[in-house]
Every structure is written in structure tokens, then in C-alpha cells.
Write a protein that binds this ligand. Structure first.
Ligand code: SF4
Length: 456
């Protein structure tokens, strides 16, 4: 197992599409490895030939297990799409791309996001006679497309979007063409790149570096990109709504080496740390002796804090990359021992010092409490914490796996001071909403998990 976060919100999916003169599936496969952080419970690739025949490979687990090379070699065709996902329902059935026969031809669809009015759509489609075989909201999109009676596939997508409310970055194959569509709010990322032999579209730019692709631009909210034998066509299929890209892509989900929503993820995270340091400076707080990132997601913010404040930075908490996931273990005792197995503190670095831990976010708080205790046990004289995002108080309905409201530590505790007590630190401060906005480049974002103000 590769390293998986301990107490984090979980990104739901990664998508990719390749249109090339070569065989596309190995390129999609390579790109999926780079998107593995966006989904680790299943993956699939669908390729197509000129006649529209679809070839499918899917499996459960990490890319290497789900899609071994021998299966990729069996996928012919110069177009392919891929998907990796987390799943909370129907793990066997929910691996994408989803494949179906529609009036527009054989369709394969890979979806990053979440349809907020899925229960309503489910009932509506069933009352119209649709036979639904999974609990996947992606299947609802397919039925909406199939039932649309629109004259062509792009019009069917427009009709689907008129009924489906929520987040979707889609890559699709229909009749030998690649399509990519982003929802009108642009909630989840989707970028367009060019390679020597064709085009690549993916959730993040990091997926494309391995293919030596050149970044072209982000696909705009509501924009449809079509790639076929006649070339690339981009058009504004859906009327754009108020822009609401997910700010948590910059806080935590996306890889630091990606550019997302026009921002370098790593630079944005460093700025979040600098904002935290500036706020402490403004509050006249005495700086700690040492800044320590909670691995690995706290690293850029801790670097930023150190840069701005001049406080020494050290990676004094080490993470083992050979321990499995914590969230598959059944009880709290097992989780505790897993965290101790997974993380260790460099005693010589913290003994007798006033240390500040920096993390990107706190969700339930259990892991933070254990890490704080480990640092204390290692001999730190004082432990404080800074969090590079505002408190997470609301669930996400837009493609991110979050716990129920009453499981979120800020709601359980009722105040930041009480969270500090629960996790056992002398002082705890979060990044302000304004600080986050500045660090994220000053544009409008979805911040609903922090404010409760949902964009759709
Ligand atoms: Fe992202 Fe939070 Fe909005 Fe969900 S609610 S899309 S995690 S910012």
C-alpha cells in the first residue's frame, strides 16, 4: 500500500483522456499512476478503435494491481479514457469508466465530482422507466443522456446538464471521439495538454508531466472539448455560473507539482504558511523554537511559515511508507497502533524545545491528538499547532468524501479553544478565510466546507 492520509477529507476521483496517433491505453495508464492520490480503491481504462468498438479493463485496488501491464497491452485503439476512484458504495460495480449503449453510440464516461440532486434524479429516471443497475451518480448522467431525445451527442450533454446539479469534470468516448466537459461552476479541475502525437486531458497537470505534454490551458466551466479525426473543437456548451473551483484542491487534494485553477499548488500552500506566520506576527505572539510539518501534507505550509517568520524548520516527524491504510482497520485501538507504526518523532530534534506543528487541515482530530502526544512523549517542552485552512465545519456534497457534521472536530468541540484542549496543544490557530483567499490567488472559490455556503 502506498501512504494514505490519516485524518483527511478524501478526493473522490481522477480522470484522464488521450487522443493520439499511437496506442492510447499505455499513456492513460501512465497518467493514472500520477493521479493515484485522487483515488486508490479502483481504476479502469476504456479504449476505442475507429469503428467505435470499446475495450475495457477495470479492477479494484491501486493502479498496479487493478490494471497490470498485461491487461493494458490488450487494449487497442488510439483513443482512451481512464479513471481512478475512492468508493463508498458498490465497490465492485462503481469502478469507472462507466460503459453503456446510447442512441448516440457506445458511450464510456469517467466522472470526477458528485451530483447533488442524485436522489431526486434517481426517482425521476425510474418513474420514466430507467433500469438503474448501480448507486453511482455517473449512471444517472448516462441515463439522462440516453433519454434526452436530443439530435446529437453534444445536445444530449446539454440536456443532461439541465437536469443534473452538482460537480462534474467528465472525460468521455462516444463513436470514436473524445469529449471532455466541466460543470458550469468549474468545481473540479480539468486541464488540456498537447503531446507530440495528440492531445491529453486530465484532472491535474502532474498526470501529464510523465507524458512530456505541454500545458495548454484549463478547460473552462461549462466548456465542451471534442477531439476527433477533424481536430480539436472547444465550445461553450453550458452557460457558466458563478465560478466556484474547490479551494481544497489547493489546500490538500492536488499534488504539489500540479498547476490547478491557474495556481501552482506548492506555491499556494507555501503562501498559506506565510499567511499563518503573518497572523501570528500581527497578534504579537512569541515565535516557537522549531516549526515541524505533519507529514506530508503540512510540508509546504511549514516551509512558508518558516520563510516568513525566520523560525527554524525541520522534518522531525518521519513517516513510514511501508505501513498500510489506517481507515480500513476496524477499531480505534488498531488505528492508534497504526499511527504509531506509521509516524515516528526524531527525539533529538524536539527535546526541550517549544515546537509548532503545521498541518493542512484537521477533520476529526483523532490523529492530531495522537501526533501531539507523540511529540510530547519525545520530549518537547511545549506543543502548539497551526492549520493551513479554516475549520472544516460542513460536509461536502460536491465530490469529496467527508464525515458527518457531528464527527468534525470543530462541531464536536464547539470552539477553537476547545479543539486545542481535545488535541492537547497549548495554542491552536487556523488560517482565516481572508488569508486562504489571498494565498489561493484572490479569486472566487467554493469554500462551503468552511462556511456552509454552497455554490449549487
Ligand atoms: Fe471543495 Fe469544500 Fe467546496 Fe467540497 S465543499 S468542493 S471540499 S471547497
Amino acid at each position: 500500500m502506498i501512504g494514505v492520509p490519516l485524518d483527511k477529507m478524501r478526493e473522490a476521483c481522477g480522470v484522464v483522456a488521450v487522443y493520439t496517433e499511437d496506442i492510447a491505453a499505455p499513456m492513460v495508464h501512465r497518467a493514472l499512476f500520477e493521479l493515484q492520490h485522487r483515488g486508490q480503491e479502483g481504476a479502469g481504462i476504456v479504449s476505442t478503435e475507429v469503428d467505435g468498438t470499446l475495450h475495457v479493463a477495470k479492477g479494484l485496488g491501486l493502479i498496479a494491481d487493478a490494471l497490470p501491464y498485461r491487461r493494458i497491452e490488450e487494449l487497442p485503439g488510439s483513443n482512451a479514457i481512464g479513471h481512478c476512484r475512492y468508493s463508498t458504495v458498490d465497490p465492485d460495480l462503481s469502478i469507472q469508466p462507466f460503459v453503456a449503449t446510447t442512441p448516440y453510440g457506445r458511450l464510456a464516461i469517467a466522472h470526477n465530482g458528485n451530483i447533488k440532486n442524485a436522489p431526486e434524479l434517481h426517482s425521476r429516471l425510474e418513474s420514466r422507466g430507467a433500469l438503474l443497475s448501480t448507486a453511482l451518480d455517473t449512471e444517472l448522467l448516462v441515463h439522462l443522456i440516453a433519454q434526452s431525445q436530443a439530435p446529437d451527442f453534444p445536445s444530449a450533454l446539454r440536456s443532461m446538464a439541465a437536469e443534473a446539479v452538482g460537480a462534474y469534470s467528465l472525460t468521455m468516448i462516444c463513436n470514436g471521439r473524445i469529449y471532455a466537459l466541466r460543470d458550469p461552476n468549474g468545481l473540479r479541475p480539468l486541464v488540456n495538454e498537447v503531446v507530440k502525437t495528440g492531445w491529453v486531458i486530465a484532472s491535474e497537470t502532474c498526470a501529464l508531466d510523465a507524458l512530456h505534454a505541454t500545458y495548454v490551458r484549463e478547460i473552462e466551466p461549462g466548456e465542451l472539448v471534442t477531439i476527433g479525426p477533424e481536430g480539436v473543437e472547444a465550445r461553450q456548451l453550458l452557460t457558466p455560473a458563478a465560478p466556484a473551483p474547490c479551494v481544497f484542491e489547493l489546500v490538500y487534494f492536488s499534488r504539489p507539482n500540479s498547476t490547478v485553477f491557474g495556481q501552482s499548488v506548492n506555491s499556494a500552500r507555501i503562501r498559506m504558511g506565510m499567511e499563518l506566520a503573518a497572523a501570528d506576527e500581527e497578534a504579537g505572539l512569541e515565535p516557537p523554537d522549531l516549526v515541524i510539518p505533519v507529514p506530508d501534507s503540512g510540508v509546504p505550509a511549514a516551509i512558508g511559515y518558516s520563510r516568513r517568520s525566520g523560525v527554524l524548520y525541520e522534518k522531525a516527524i518521519l513517516r513510514s511508507h511501508y505501513v498500510g491504510r489506517t481507515f480500513i482497520l476496524p477499531d480505534q485501538d488498531s488505528r492508534t497502533s497504526q499511527i504509531e507504526l506509521k509516524l515516528s518523532v526524531v527525539k533529538a530534534s524536539v527535546q526541550g524545545l517549544r515546537v509548532m506543528l503545521i498541518d493542512d487541515s484537521i477533520v476529526r482530530g483523532n490523529t492530531s491528538r495522537q501526533i501531539v502526544q507523540m511529540v510530547r512523549d519525545a520530549g518537547a517542552a511545549e506543543v502548539t499547532m497551526r492549520v493551513a485552512s479554516p475549520p472544516l465545519a460542513w460536509p461536502c456534497y460536491l465530490g469529496i468524501d467527508t464525515p458527518d457534521r457531528d464527527e468534525l472536530v470543530i462541531n464536536r468541540a464547539g470552539s477553537v479553544e476547545r479543539v486545542a484542549e481535545l488535541i492537547g496543544v497549548e495554542d491552536l490557530r487556523y488560517l482565516s478565510l481572508d488569508g486562504l483567499r489571498r494565498a489561493a490567488g484572490g479569486q472566487d472559490y467554493c469554500r462551503a466546507c468552511m462556511t456552509g455556503e454552497y455554490p449549487v
